[in-house]
Write a protein that binds this ligand. Structure first.
Ligand code: GAL
Length: 382
């Protein structure tokens, strides 16, 4: 057992006995990294992903694992089925089993502080993956996308899909008024607020001048939220909105959706109520993650757009940052202001994302080998 593992095990045992109360020092910037300088083959990295239900997180898990393995590390990859206690247990276990670093995409950004304090006490650096872990001093680094800009792109894609803006983002031909509805993500995920704010800031001038109208009147993030980003929950809310606000022939023209799974739930609700025919097209619906099922829907003209976040690049960044800590260095950050987790501003590396309409599938997704043309046609990866 490596010395870091012994330390981790001891720290975790102390926690179990209720003796450890000394957490709070980050392993990277302020504390010591126990495994510093050890050979990669002797080190295990715990990778905690939120769920296997969404194809996006499976791809992330695989990309992070293979990147770490290529760099010589051992990997303990776990998915938590979107269940908070399961994720807490998995991270606890990674620590007791001697993980030397942790890469975590949290389900609930506020639910891991006990685990992270144990990690810090054991000198285990923690990299927060895609979603910011909140309310903990013991988060050493954050790799993600520019989440506010993702929201701006979603708002822009909705306006472009409606024709209010043209391809260049200049005023388009369409004048409206258009009936739209707004969906947000899971409020326990720090990203949800960033996506929402970026989108609303983009849509607000058009809501103010009457180009866009929200017939349900549900315009707060609390009203629009979708717990756990769940497709079925989104479908039910869309069905409720159709019942409450669209009887008597009023049409939905557009829906702001923050994630492809939510978009598919919205589409199912609309199709069940007769949308999708030539004289009653599915409204303009946005998305995020370029999940293969949604990319096919975009190719088929059902979903309007998604946001492509290249998870291969995010995984690379997670690997590089973790490696830096283990080699006794500070990972390179390109943002040290935006991501305040409630206790401290977490140094971050932000990646860029792209809007994908049907015409962008080939150049952005196929030519970069994210998907093959066959996968897009089949709507299934692998
Ligand atoms: C967010 C993530 C999005 C999407 C969503 C639902 O945290 O940034 O890309 O995947 O979760 O899984």
């Amino acid at each position: 057992m490596s010395s870091s593992r012994t330390m981790a095990t001891a720290a975790a045992a102390a926690l179990v006995l209720g003796l450890s109360a000394c957490g709070g020092e980050g392993a990277g910037s302020s504390g010591e990294v126990a495994a510093e300088g050890a050979a990669p083959e002797d080190l295990t990295i715990g990778v905690a992903m939120p769920t296997e239900i969404s194809e996006r997180w499976i791809a992330d898990g695989e990309a992070v694992s293979s990147g770490l393995e290529e760099a010589g590390y051992q990997v303990d990859l776990q998915f938590a089925g979107d269940d908070i206690p399961t994720q807490q247990q998995q991270v606890d276990q990674m620590i007791t089993q001697g993980a030397d670093a942790l890469i975590i995409a949290a389900i609930d950004g506020t639910a891991l502080s006990g685990q992270l304090d144990a990690a810090a006490a054991a000198g285990i650096p923690v990299v927060s993956y895609d979603r910011l872990i909140r309310d903990s001093e013991s988060v050493d680094f954050y790799v993600t996308f520019d989440n506010y800009n993702v929201g701006v792109q979603q708002g822009t894609a909705l306006l472009q899909g409606l024709g209010v803006l043209d391809e260049a983002g200049e005023p388009g031909q369409a004048e409206g008024p258009f009936n739209i509805e707004l969906f947000a993500g899971s409020l326990d995920d720090n990203n949800a607020g960033f996506f929402w704010q970026g989108a609303i800031d983009t849509l607000q001038p058009f809501l103010d001048d009457g180009t866009l109208v929200v017939p349900s009147g549900q315009t707060s993030i609390e009203q629009a939220a979708t717990l756990r980003w769940d497709q079925g929950t989104a479908q039910r809310r869309m069905e409720d909105l159709l019942t409450s606000s669209y009887s008597g022939g009023t049409r939905v023209d557009g829906v702001l959706s923050p994630y492809d799974g939510i978009s598919r739930g919205i589409i199912t609700a609309l199709q069940n109520r007769g949308y999708g025919g030539a004289d009653n097209p599915v409204p303009v619906i946005t998305g995020q993650d370029a999940e293969i099922a949604s990319v096919k829907l975009i190719a088929d003209g059902v979903q309007s757009s998604t946001i492509f976040k290249d998870t291969r690049k995010l995984a690379d960044q997670a690997v590089v940052s973790t490696q830096a800590f283990l080699e006794g260095e500070e990972p390179e950050a390109n943002d040290t202001e935006t991501y305040d987790n409630g206790v401290k501003v977490v140094p971050s590396y932000l990646l860029e994302s792209d809007i994908v309409f049907a015409d962008d599938i080939e150049p952005l997704l196929v030519e970069s080998d994210y998907y093959t043309a066959e996968e897009v046609a089949a709507g299934q990866a692998g």
